[in-house]
Ligand binder design. Structure first.
Ligand code: AMP
Length: 218
């Protein structure tokens, strides 16, 4: 896979954006930029940003656009972002998509090379999210049924403790899907007309979905 420019993975929570973003970023040698991971790190570190984001994140609502755009703008200034990044969970609103566009135009550097929209029906999404477990130390993602770790509760890669995200509880999942429909789904219309936009079926194994994505990146 060759890459110039940023890659956006678009899709509802639970379609596999995080898993795929990690694989693609590693193959392309680009940084994986997950706004969710960055915000969770700020919450864990107890920074000012983390304090403002914590309750919003636990409820399943979206963090303020300006805060998120600030975090992304700073991340894109880092040296390792010079060849492009793989965005996961950003942009999440039309305001963020417009903000990113303005940011990239103002910097006169890279544009958006690909927008990969992963599609999965909502029953499958609820099943995936409710069984998802994440490593507290390295962020590796598991599923209690579809991708269980070798030893229950422990990460295969680093031995870290696996936990369930607060927002992966069933009652929060429904709300997050409603937020997606209202705030993020309109981004499909925003990006659909652009070259590099592709829709990918999110069903099947991680490897099967990666293969489908690769076809569009080559
Ligand atoms: P994620 O890990 O992408 O599912 O994000 C977890 C939570 O972090 C979301 O439910 C939001 O509360 C917050 N978040 C992550 N990315 C964004 C974003 N681009 N805009 C607003 N909130 C975000």
């Amino acid at each position: 896979m060759a890459g110039t420019g940023h890659i956006i993975l678009l899709g509802a929570p639970g379609v596999g954006k995080g898993t795929q973003a990690k694989v693609i970023a590693a193959e392309l040698g680009l940084p994986h930029v997950s706004t969710g991971d960055m915000l969770r790190a700020s919450v864990a570190a107890g920074t000012e940003l983390g304090k403002r984001a914590k309750a919003v994140m636990e409820s399943g609502a979206l963090v303020n656009d300006e805060l998120v755009l600030g975090v992304v703008a700073e991340r894109l200034r880092a040296e390792d972002a010079a060849r492009g990044v793989v965005f996961d969970g950003f942009p999440r609103t039309v305001v963020q998509a417009e903000g990113l566009k303005a940011l990239l135009e103002a910097s006169g550097g890279l544009g958006i090379a690909h927008v990969i929209h992963i599609i999965l029906d909502s029953e499958e999404i609820v099943e995936r999210l409710s069984g998802r477990r994440v490593c507290r130390d390295c962020g590796a993602i598991y599923h209690v049924r579809f991708q269980p770790p070798k030893h229950e509760g422990r990460c295969d890669r680093c031995g870290g403790e696996l936990f369930q995200r607060d927002d992966d509880r069933p009652e929060v999942i429904r709300y997050r899907l409603a937020v997606y429909e209202k705030e993020t789904a309109p981004l499909v219309a925003f990006y659909r007309q652009q070259p590099g936009y592709a829709e990918v079926d999110g069903n099947g194994s991680t490897a099967a979905v990666t293969d489908r994505i690769r076809c569009f990146l080559e």
